[in-house]
Ligand binder design. Structure first.
Ligand SMILES: [Mn+2]
Length: 275
């Protein structure tokens, strides 16, 4: 339930209502805005009704949250979440480009203890004990869509991470399995545009796994920028023939340079810029 307070409601009123919500065993949420304060309550709506907030003098309106994923939905949090780590920002106006080989291949590239972000691979999207553990980690989590997962299932998996306490979550469309076998997967850009409407979390696109074909990575990266994604994740290798894995979909460095210069014009056309 979303609880919109009246303009004249004080900080004390907000705290008093939040305490009542918590005392009932519901999860209280505090969302101060520039105009007025909005509160949230997650849990059994019959219990919430016992609080009688509809007759509270400082409550302007009550609105049920309709989507099954509450914390990740824009109903609860209308503004874009920006995930910040190191010098990088993902989300908002900037378009992020993450590029490199598929796998860590040498001692020099070894990065486990230095990783800025943890990735949940497509096959682990619904590994709930892993999601619960990552919910407690103080690092951003990149959650990839399972290859046979519906968009709603991806958003519900993200809900798990947020409910466990980690709000630094980035979603990633990486292609799904369909009847079409010409390409490794079918890159579902519908899902990207849809998720940008429904969730405040940043959405990345992985055109390398989405297509599995090196020569399709540049055009689909540009399409991702055009359809509103917050960035791309692309495999690039100094010498793709020698790559330990996914060489066939890894860009040569000169292709990556072409991608970066073409990306700038597409982003300019849709009012965005490189992060
Ligand atoms: Mn790979």
């Amino acid at each position: 339930m979303i609880i919109v307070l009246k303009r004249e409601a004080t900080q004390e009123t907000a705290q008093e209502i939040l305490a009542k919500i918590e005392a009932k065993g519901l999860k209280p949420l505090y969302m101060p805005g520039s105009e007025r304060v909005v509160l949230g309550a997650l849990g059994d709506e019959r219990v919430l009704a016992e609080l009688g907030l509809d007759s509270h003098p400082m409550v302007e309106s009550l609105k049920p949250i309709l989507s099954p994923y509450k914390l990740v939905s824009r109903e609860m949090h209308p503004h874009d979440t920006i995930v910040r780590f190191g010098k990088a920002n993902i989300g908002g106006v900037g378009f992020a480009v993450i590029a490199g080989p598929c796998a860590v291949e040498t001692e020099d590239q070894a990065v486990a203890d230095k990783a800025d972000m943890l990735q949940v691979g497509a096959r682990n999207m619904q590994n709930y004990s892993l999601l619960k553990a990552l919910g407690k980690v103080r690092k951003p989590v990149l959650l990839k869509r399972g290859l046979a997962a519906k968009v709603e299932e991806l958003l519900l998996a993200a809900e798990y991470l947020l409910a466990a306490g980690n709000e630094q979550v980035i979603l990633c469309e990486r292609g799904i399995r369909t009847f079409e076998t010409t390409t490794r997967n079918t890159l579902d850009l519908n899902a990207v545009a849809y998720m940008k409407l429904r969730t405040h979390l940043p959405v990345l696109v992985d055109p390398s796994h989405g297509t599995g074909v090196r020569d399709l990575v540049v055009p689909m990266s540009l399409a991702a920028a055009a359809c509103g994604a917050d960035g791309i994740l692309v495999e690039v290798h100094e010498n793709p023939v020698d790559a330990w894995s996914d060489g066939a979909q890894s860009l040569y460095p000169h292709q990556f340079e072409t991608l970066m210069s073409n990306l700038a014009s597409v982003l300019a056309a849709v009012g965005r810029e490189l992060a």
